[in-house]
Write a protein that binds this ligand. Structure first.
Ligand SMILES: [Zn+2]
Length: 161
């Protein structure tokens, strides 16, 4: 995770700090190596949110378009299931930033868990993604709800392999 609580404040990982997870309250250790971006890791192997993944610079840059207090927002369902959303707006929209491929089952689970969810997907992760995307625009399908004449929704599909 990018932030942990250090003396009650949302803090980024720095050598020498110790923090608490904003999801589960367990102790976290700062990871400040050269390979991955600075982050906090749970002490031990237990991770409270199985959807937590390593963040990339792309991910962090997107999150930084929003206030810090909106980032890594904790949601708990009535069932007790807990997840940490990338961003939650003041209108209760969740924004998930997805740079890496995601399994269809996990994508659907997130769609079900967060009721008002917007995905921001890195559509230019690989060299040919951008050109393939623009090629696919000729095959756009209007999937708008006919009961909602104002809001238009289009589906664009393209092979990512
Ligand atoms: Zn945790």
């Amino acid at each position: 995770m990018r932030y942990a609580l250090v003396n009650g404040e949302m803090s980024e990982a720095e050598k020498g700090l110790s923090g608490d997870c904003r999801g589960c309250g367990m102790s976290m250790l700062p990871r400040c190596g050269n390979v991955r971006i600075r982050h906090w890791a749970h002490k031990g192997k237990l991770v409270c949110d199985p959807w937590l993944k390593d963040k990339t610079q792309w991910h962090v840059q997107w999150q930084d378009n929003f206030p810090k207090t909106w980032q890594e927002f904790r949601f708990v369902a009535e069932s007790g299931e807990m997840h940490i959303a990338d961003v939650k707006t003041i209108k209760d929209w969740v924004i998930e930033f997805q740079h890496s491929p995601i399994a269809p089952g996990e994508r659907q689970a997130r769609n079900n868990f967060y009721k008002k969810l917007v995905w921001v997907v890195d559509g230019a992760r690989r060299k040919r993604d951008k050109s393939k995307f623009f090629e696919s625009l000729s095959k756009v399908v209007d999937v708008s709800n006919p009961q909602s004449p104002v809001r238009r929704v289009y589906r664009v599909s393209w092979n990512t392999w």
